[in-house]
Design a protein around this ligand. Sequence first.
Ligand code: NI
Length: 154
Amino acid sequence: MAIRNIVKEGDPVLNKVCRPVEKFDDKLKTLLDDMYETMLNGEGVGLAAPQVGILRRIFVIDIGDGLLEFVNPKILKTSGVQESSEGCLSCPGEFGITKRPMYVTVEAYNREGDRFSMNAEGLLAKAICHENDHLDGILFKEHIIRKIDPSELQ
Ligand code: NI
């Protein structure tokens, strides 16, 4: 495993629409392992492939319950609303209160190419929406309803 460079806001790679993964090969497994290590190193709860310069539909999440990997994800259903603080490893030092769905149903593939679906709520639902947005070139700032100072974070 290796820590990769995290692309920062302003780099056009973060504004592009990613393509689906076609091959579930060793290269994909290495990328997923590296993304996880990079995310942990940055103390984030999620990381999307374009954040390491790879324009493929992949993200990893760990909200403290272990690693979740999503390849070619599709958000099938959302409901409810949550307003809570959010940041992004590509936008260091910037935080805001965002409006996100409280509940999400997502379908994706794992690293072996097996399809799964998952119901998520709260922080996990927010993380899935945040990372999925990255795959369409959208940053969390578009969802901010109020900017907050890092010192306001608990
Ligand atoms: Ni992000």
